[in-house]
Design a protein around this ligand. Structure first.
Ligand code: ZN
Length: 309
């Protein structure tokens, strides 16, 4: 009886030892797996960090290139200067930066300031002074205005490196350009030719007066014809409201604008260079957007925000 008990006890303790060994082995394998998983996670994390560093170095490089080209465009205004060739070089770098922003590898965001309906004799030059002062390149959607001063304004906008774009010759929304596709395109071509003759640059970006939805059921037909002309078009996704209300205070324009800024990676801002309130608000708009991580670029045809269909 006694020996049977001892033998049972031996078997039991052997079994317990075996279970303990198995448990220990499982724990060891588990620990090893955890260890290797952690190692793998560290490797992945380091790889990601490396990739991010590389991307930010690349981005800094392209921002530097953009800054240099911007300085070139702004400063080299002598007779041998070819603003069109320099512009193309600039746009290529801008496109790379835009793609990096969209891919999430660039830390900054891009704001395209656009000014519609100009040039204005009373105000446009002062807008240009502020843009110069803050080293910002923007886009002007021009109408067919042809006094000597208007021509001077357009030339200064162009030779400062801003993008010159088309907003139709007449901007006549009622009983005018939206009568038919032909009427609209005729007005676009008239303005394109006028600007081309003045500065030797062929515009290729259009903003529909009132925005593209204003074209209603003509829009598809117009866009097809714009494509044939090598034109893209752009609407906007932020504004200070100066297209509808022209007598607000500076603070109200600033507030309106930032109410429409929602961290858009690429953001097209609609403004008008006839509005005194916007002119006063412009420094705060520029510094406020910079504080939110935006850099400023002029629009270019290849941009992701310029629609081609
Ligand atoms: Zn307009």
């Amino acid at each position: 009886m006694g020996s049977t008990n001892r033998s049972t006890q031996r078997t039991a303790s052997g079994l317990i030892s075996l279970i303990l060994c198995v448990l220990l082995a499982i724990a060891c394998v588990g620990c090893y797996q955890l260890y290797t998983m952690k190692e793998a996670a560290i490797v992945t994390q380091n790889q990601l960090k490396e990739q991010l560093n590389e991307a930010s170095v690349e981005l800094t490089a392209s921002q530097e290139t953009i800054a240099k080209l911007q300085a070139d465009i702004t400063e080299e205004k002598n007779r041998n200067y070819d603003p069109v060739a320099k512009r193309m070089e600039f746009y290529q770098v801008a496109k790379q930066l835009e793609d990096a922003v969209l891919a999430g590898t660039a830390k900054c965001k891009i704001a395209y300031l656009t000014f519609d309906d100009g040039p204005y004799e009373a105000t446009s030059m002062r807008f240009l002074d502020v843009l110069d002062q803050y080293d910002v390149l923007a886009t002007f959607f021009l109408l067919g205005k042809n006094s000597d001063l208007h021509k001077e304004i357009i030339k200064r906008e162009f030779y400062s490196g801003h993008t010159i774009a088309n907003h139709t010759f007449s901007h006549q929304i009622r009983n005018g350009i939206y009568r038919s596709v032909d009427a609209f395109i005729e007005d676009v071509v008239k303005n394109r030719d006028y600007i081309q003759e003045l500065i030797g640059y062929t515009t290729n970006i259009l903003r529909f007066p009132g925005g593209s939805p204003t074209a209603g059921n003509l829009k598809d037909g117009i866009v097809a014809r714009l494509q044939e002309l090598g034109y893209g078009y752009v609407d906007w996704d932020a504004e200070d409201g100066d297209g509808k209300l022209i007598n607000l205070s500076k603070d109200e324009y600033v507030e309106n604008l930032f109410n429409t800024v929602h961290d858009q990676k690429l953001m097209v801002v609609l403004l008008h260079d006839y509005c005194e309130g916007t002119l006063e608000a412009l420094p705060e708009i520029i510094t406020g957007l910079r504080e939110r991580g935006y850099i400023f670029l002029p629009l270019f045809y290849e941009s992701n925000v310029v629609r081609k269909s």
